[in-house]
Write a protein that binds this ligand. Structure first.
Ligand code: FE2
Ligand code: FE2
Length: 417
């Protein structure tokens, strides 16, 4: 299969010595170019990635030629509607009469009353990430060679995207209704955030390029699989087994989606290894940014980084997870042993990607150490003869202790980030 060394895929500094990527999902600052300037300036001046159509037109033929393969190997990952769960199966059912309904709502509120505010911040963030589905379906339909040209195209790529969207739509609906009934969150602010966020869109730089797009979706589905799974574990610990079952059920869907997208990348690695390997490295270098990174609630311009920090602190999604996701893909795509790489650029891309997990694991360890403020204080004592160092440590320590913020989603209650 022909490979093309197109300029947008060049990774000139893709060597281990180059500055490693950072994770936007993690604690840390949102870069100014990604920070949402309230209320609506995102899509224009702050966007970093406005490269379009980076895939050479002749590559469209590859995706065209894969259509029968998609029908045979990807479409079976859809679940027939009649076999799918629906939100009402997990929710109080109003058709059962007012008393039964009220009883079920009371029980739901009782269960959720034991969960922490931090848990609800993360659950709202996850729900919004699901509920911003129009943004994702729009994004997928910008990818050359696989987009839905008509809205109901019979092309297998388009059939998959519509079916995926229809399945995903249940996730946001279920979580949203559950949150609403719990009474634990300020739905006015949650809904405002959703409206702002869908209005802002997404700026992750996929360049209409399906190679990059399917790398992104593979990563993202696995990340959501882990996230919902971890939320389920926390719900069990917090005393809400129904919510745990909800999170587990959604996680199972994400796993199935992950299988579909990773299968696509596996196939692309087979038919066009150079381009696919370079796309994987390119996405890793750019960072896999969580989809709702432009979220805004009308109040906090850093709400995404605050939400991400709480998710990290709750152990729902950490840099360790990021590293493990990478390791997982390196293994299942057999990237270390990948054959057929015929260009130096592709081999450098392979080397870069295969070394990344260790970097993120080291980063995670360092973050753990940083979180041990007691350690910082002992270090402060140790260097007490060095006044400048002491002052610096004191400031750092205060910073760590004072990192709390109000969250509009939970009625402006203060939470530590
Ligand atoms: Fe989902
Ligand atoms: Fe999914």
């Amino acid at each position: 299969m022909q490979t093309t060394n197109f300029s947008q895929f060049n990774i000139p500094s893709i060597v281990w010595a180059s500055p490693p990527p950072t994770i936007t999902m993690l604690r840390g600052k949102t870069t100014s170019s990604r920070r949402l300037s309230p209320p609506y300036s995102v899509a224009s001046s702050t966007s970093r990635h406005q490269v379009t159509h980076s895939m050479p037109p002749e590559k469209v033929e590859i995706f065209k030629s894969l259509e029968p393969w998609v029908s045979e190997y990807v479409l079976p990952f859809r679940k027939p509607v009649e076999k799918c769960w629906q939100p009402i199966e997990f929710l109080p059912d109003p058709s059962q009469g007012p008393e039964q309904f009220e009883e079920e709502v009371r029980a739901l509120r009782q269960r959720t009353s034991r969960l922490s505010d931090e848990y609800f911040v993360v659950l709202v963030g996850n729900m919004l990430t699901e509920d911003a589905l129009p943004t994702y379906q729009t994004l997928f339909n910008t990818w050359d060679g696989v987009r839905d040209e008509t809205g109901s195209s019979p092309c297998p790529w388009a059939i998959w995207t519509r079916a995926w969207s229809a399945e995903e739509n249940r996730h946001g609906d279920l979580l949203r209704t559950y949150l609403y009934l719990s009474g634990r969150v300020d739905m006015l602010m949650v809904d405002k955030t959703l409206q702002y966020s869908i209005g802002a869109g997404i700026d992750i730089g996929l360049e209409n390029n399906p190679y990059m797009g399917f790398v992104y979706t593979s990563f993202q589905e696995r990340a959501t699989f882990l996230t919902h799974g971890n939320m389920g574990k926390l719900a069990i610990e917090g005393g809400d087994p129904v919510l745990a079952r909800i999170c587990g059920t959604i996680a199972a869907d994400e796993k199935r989606h992950e299988n579909a997208y990773t299968r696509i990348i596996e196939k692309l690695l087979e038919v066009d290894p150079n381009t696919t390997m370079i796309a994987i490295a390119y996405m890793m270098r750019k960072r896999i940014t969580m989809p709702l990174h432009l979220m805004y609630d009308g109040q906090d311009p850093n709400i995404f980084s605050h939400f991400s920090a709480i998710a990290q602190k709750q152990g729902v999604y950490t840099s360790r997870d990021y590293a493990e996701i990478l390791e997982f893909f390196i293994t299942i795509w057999k990237l270390e042993k990948l054959e057929g790489l015929t260009t130096g650029e592709a081999r450098r891309a392979q080397d870069f990607v295969c070394r990344l997990p260790q970097f993120f694991i080291t980063k995670w360890v360092l973050e753990k150490l940083e979180a041990l403020t007691g350690e910082a204080r002992r270090a402060q004592d140790f260097v007490c003869r060095l006044p400048r160092k002491i002052r610096r440590l004191e400031n750092q320590s205060k910073k760590l202790e004072s990192r709390s913020t109000k969250f509009s989603w939970i009625f402006n209650k203060q939470v530590n980030v």
